[in-house]
Design a binder for this molecule. Structure first.
Ligand SMILES: Cc1cc2nc3c(=O)[nH]c(=O)nc-3n(C[C@H](O)[C@H](O)[C@H](O)COP(=O)(O)O)c2cc1C
Length: 160
């Protein structure tokens, strides 16, 4: 039987990591940071260029192995920075490998002001055999109310 909460996420510059950690504190879930085998360039414009090319062709970068027990979780939060209006490619690799079924998926993202774009729609495409709950989006690292906003969202979806 599926049980427990996993928070799987990728973060390049730390904003999504911050949200993931708050979710972890509020839910007592387990954190799983998705790591590409070849990390993206630290230089912003080089990273943006590489991401643009990858997303255009649907490239799936190799990610570091994730423990196979993750499929036993009942609820999996999926977090990503918004890159070119969708999830960062390592998160797509994770979802494609995971082939989740019968899981509660909870998307969350941070962005630079352009909103979540196709993020949730693209998660729905990959998770058609799971239930996708209402998502949370944040501009950058958020303001002073981030924790309150996250608490409010979590209670709205019936978690924590
Ligand atoms: C490669 C790349 C592409 C991005 N594309 C978008 C975008 O399409 N829309 C947007 O609002 N922000 C975009 N941003 C900004 C990030 O989504 C934003 O800074 C996010 O909070 C970063 O999360 P992180 O610190 O967890 O990596 C982009 C940033 C990068 C590096």
């Amino acid at each position: 039987m599926k049980d427990g909460i996993l928070i799987a996420y990728y973060s390049w510059s730390g904003h999504t990591d911050k949200v993931a950690r708050i979710i972890q504190q509020k839910t007592d879930g387990k954190l799983l940071r998705i790591k590409p085998v070849n990390e993206y360039p630290a230089d912003y414009s080089r990273c943006v260029d590489q991401a643009k090319k990858e997303i255009k062709i649907g490239y799936l970068p190799e990610i570091e192995a994730v423990p196979d027990y993750f499929d036993s979780y009942r609820t999996i939060f999926i977090g990503s920075p918004i890159w070119w209006h969708t999830m960062a490619p390592p998160v797509l690799t994770f979802l494609m490998n995971a082939k989740l079924t019968g899981t509660q998926i909870v998307p969350f993202c941070t962005h630079g002001g352009g909103g979540k774009g196709r993020f949730v729609a693209d998660i729905l495409k990959q998770c058609s055999n799971s239930t996708v709950l209402d998502d949370f989006e944040l501009y950058g690292s958020g303001g002073r109310n981030v924790e309150v906003d996250i608490t409010y969202w979590l209670s709205g979806i019936g978690i924590a």
